[in-house]
Design a protein around this ligand. Sequence first.
Ligand SMILES: [Fe+2]
Length: 180
Amino acid sequence: MAEIRIRNTEERISGEENVRAFLSSQEVLYEHWNPAKLPAHLQDKFVLSDEEKAEILSTFDEEIRDLAARRGYRTWDIVALSDATPNLEELLKKFENVHTHTEDEVRAITAGKGIFIIKGTDDVGYFDVELEAGDVISVPEHKPHFFTLMDNRQIVAVRLFIETEGWIAHPFADPAFQKA
Ligand SMILES: [Fe+2]
């Protein structure tokens, strides 16, 4: 289940309802899928064939189509990252910059872990959302954020898009942001 860390105060928020209420106050959508639906051979696999990606998408087809119908997503795919990913270090360096998009950024984690760093309201400042399998998040359009891996450096997630070109990152230079 997702956990929040507010960077300015080190306050942590856990428990599904508390996390959902906090994220809702920050206009971030949070939902949860049942990660146990995933066949056992895919629950701990981070290098995926096209057939395995298709199997993950078909496992969560109902959840994906429900979310897409409610929120207007028209296309989706699977992203898998791990130490086996070519140029992972360079990719992470590229990821770890605060940016915005013209459409929301949706991720449904199906295996592993990941973390969104998001610029909250002025009274909250930057906060981290630590995500694990089953967590579904949507960061609204124009909200400064970045996504990166956690210490285990392994993740599989479903990405959903309205328009794939809406997902181009626009750098957001913010003197208020401090790493870690
Ligand atoms: Fe992004």
